[in-house]
Write a protein that binds this ligand. Sequence first.
Ligand code: NAP
Length: 279
Amino acid sequence: MSDQRFVLAGVMGWPVAHSRSPVIHKHWIAKHGLKGSYVQLPVQPENLEDAIRGLKALGFAGCNVTVPHKVRAMALMDELHPVARRMQAINTIVVREDGSLYGMNNDGAGYVQSLRDADPAWRGDAGPVLLLGAGGAARAIVVALLDEGAPEIRICNRTRDKAQVLADEFGPLVKVVDWAEREDAQAGVSLLVNSTTLGMHGQSPLELRLDALPVQALVSDAIYIPLETPLLAAARVRGHRTVNGLGMLLNQARPAFEAWFGVMPEITPELRAAIQATF
Ligand code: NAP
């Protein structure tokens, strides 16, 4: 019998049934012939602290953290990766040998890599960005785009105050735009990003005319259910290059898997096909 340790990981959120993370990690566990599993961890907000404190006792190597726990879970970590500290949110917990908890956030790097996968010539300093939304995904995307040299990020959120918090936190390159101005604010941008939940399966579509958007602008959506949101469909019809949220999900998963299972996995056509088969 092999002495290889059984490694347990999962995704903690409320709800989590929609998450495709189990498909991704189980695919990699099988592909690398590892002993382990990746499970759904549906945890209500009032049970978050108990659930996180219980990871070590239950033998978990760690877990992903998703909506609505990304910010509160951060406060329960013993140590944070510097990027997670700047984002003030985590999406991955690693339970270390001594039982201490290490928090990381791979969403921003995963997002940027998804743009590069779609367009290897993509450059963060190509021009201003219009970012719709100011939630957890937006925080990660702002930090990652600033690190890529974005000259200006216009944040437009239904609740203006939340966009203002990001602008105050991340400095003068981040500007606040009223939600009502989301069409005029497209002028001159090289990248339009939707990080709201609008357009997600079961939610209203994002109401957005693209008339002011330069034709060469890249249009991306953090949503991956459906793979093509109404925004991306409208952008494609207009001739824009589009990037859906699946690449972000896949790319953020790689370093998490490596931290738990000790192998840096690859995003292959077979993995993409396995996920697409679940839609
Ligand atoms: P969140 O923190 O709950 O933020 C939700 C955002 O959507 C807020 O900006 C919110 O605006 C906005 N919003 C919700 N309903 C709206 C409405 N009716 N009209 C206008 N704006 C509305 O969620 P999140 O974690 O940032 O996630 C946002 C999206 O990104 C989700 O669809 C999620 O699935 C996706 N995501 C994808 C990945 C990936 O790997 N692909 C990773 C993370 C997130 P208010 O501030 O006004 O409420």
